[in-house]
Design a protein around this ligand. Structure first.
Ligand code: ATP
Ligand code: MG
Length: 393
């Protein structure tokens, strides 16, 4: 496709309608674009921010035609949308990131092989094509190890740690029960890290690359709980992490917003864990603490417009509201209390169905340093535990 800028007034298509798609739509509409959201779930948050909503299955051919006739450029809000649909759309429109980048990223094995073959540091790994190969893979990788589904994993779902010999058969049995056509897995060395970092890299049509400050992520039960922006690591570690992230995106020739997740170990090594080809939960703080948010950058990149500044106005700490926590926060005194906290910005995604582990909203705290912002963030987490134990009125 040509490099002509897609101008405001045009309709941008977004595949997937979760909170990332919704925040993309809000940023795009502020810049004067119209939005077509395609997500099978009619309650998906992005539908409420869209000018055109599609809820058919992604395989529905008439909907593909209709969607393609309507939009001028396309992006996706998560990596598990069908790459063949992106490829089909690509013959007609600009799709950013491209389907070839998507194909590498949506398969953990291909992604790790890509990084490894380009000399970027990743933890030792082995591909597993069938459950019977697990025992041999464990021999190669050693224990502890982490078995992950090669495709369709998110928020730590589809992962099985192996911490002792006796778990190998147990995990192999679990893998045999998976009914998806031709499932595959990856076995990684389970490493002990000091902290998890992530870096948002924005790359434009002309190859220009901009990198947001390195942030630090804390997980609970495989789900992101808190992000500190910037990370509390040394300037040197941040610079190395930032360099690795930029290299990965340049090597991919990715155009759009990418989030590179890394592990930093006590002996000062960095490993790339994975790359998300889209805005990321750890970049939500950019909405409130940066001049241009990750979602606006996605709009700019998909439209072939100049990239925005990645400057951070204020250090921040972001806390996810997970499952019933959002209901607790939205009700009565808790809601008023949270809105009255200086330096706190509340985002609720308006999801109707609450499920344990589902991301329902987030709160960004801003202060003089990210550690200072983390203090009220920790207090909120402590209160959430108490609040969400009480059923909403
Ligand atoms: P998300 O959607 O949160 O990014 P995911 O399901 O795509 O998660 P990963 O990011 O690979 O999966 O793993 C989730 C978390 O599990 C990581 O953030 C990290 O805490 C832990 N983890 C993953 N791989 C390893 C590893 N090799 N060694 C140690 N911990 C790991
Ligand atoms: Mg991850």
């Amino acid at each position: 496709m040509t490099d002509v800028t897609v101008e405001p007034g045009s309709i941008l298509g977004v595949l997937g309608g979760g909170q990332l798609g919704a925040m993309f739509a809000v940023a795009a509409r502020r810049l004067g674009y119209r939005i077509a959201v395609w997500d099978q779930d009619p309650d998906a948050p992005a539908h409420r921010q869209s000018d055109h909503s599609f809820t058919a299955a992604f395989s529905d051919l008439p909907t593909r035609e209709h969607f393609a006739r309507l939009v001028r450029a396309v992006t996706f809000e998560w990596e598990n949308v069908p790459a063949d649909l992106c490829e089909w759309l690509e013959e007609r429109h600009r799709v950013r990131p491209s389907s070839s980048v998507l194909r590498i990223i949506q398969d953990r094995v291909k992604q790790k092989q890509f990084l490894h073959s380009n000399d970027l540091p990743v933890v030792p790994f082995v591909a597993i094509g069938a459950p019977d190969q697990l025992t041999e893979a464990v021999k190669q990788i050693g224990i502890p190890a982490l078995c992950k589904t090669a495709t369709f994993g998110y928020d730590g779902k589809g992962q099985w740690p192996i911490r002792q010999d006796s778990s190998v058969d147990e995990v192999a049995r679990t893998l045999r029960t998976i009914e998806r056509p031709a499932p595959r897995w990856i076995l990684e060395q389970l490493i002990e890290f000091e902290c998890e970092l992530s870096v948002l890299v924005v790359r434009g049509t002309n190859g220009e690359c901009r990198t947001y400050p390195v942030v630090e992520n804390r997980h609970e039960q495989g789900i992101l709980r808190m992000t500190l922006a910037p990370a509390t690591v040394s300037v040197q570690v941040a610079a190395r992490a930032s360099d690795l992230a930029r290299q990965a995106v340049v090597l991919l020739q990715g155009i759009g917003v990418f989030c590179v997740e890394l592990f930093h170990t006590a002996d000062d090594r960095l490993f790339i864990n994975e790359i998300a080809p889209r805005p990321h939960n750890s970049g939500h703080y950019t909405l409130d603490a940066c001049r241009v948010s990750q979602f606006e950058q996605q709009v700019r990149a998909v439209c072939g417009a100049p990239l925005g500044e990645v400057r951070q106005w204020s250090p921040a700490a972001m806390v996810n509201l997970i499952g019933a926590e959002a209901q607790a926060v939205a009700s009565g005194q808790a809601f008023k209390g949270l809105l009255s906290l200086p330096g706190a910005v509340l985002h609720l995604y308006g999801k109707k169905v609450v499920r344990p582990g589902r991301k329902m909203g987030h709160v960004t705290f801003m202060a003089e340093t990210s550690e200072a912002a983390a203090e009220p963030a920790h207090r909120l987490i402590a209160r959430l535990a108490a609040l969400s134990a009480v059923p909403p009125a």
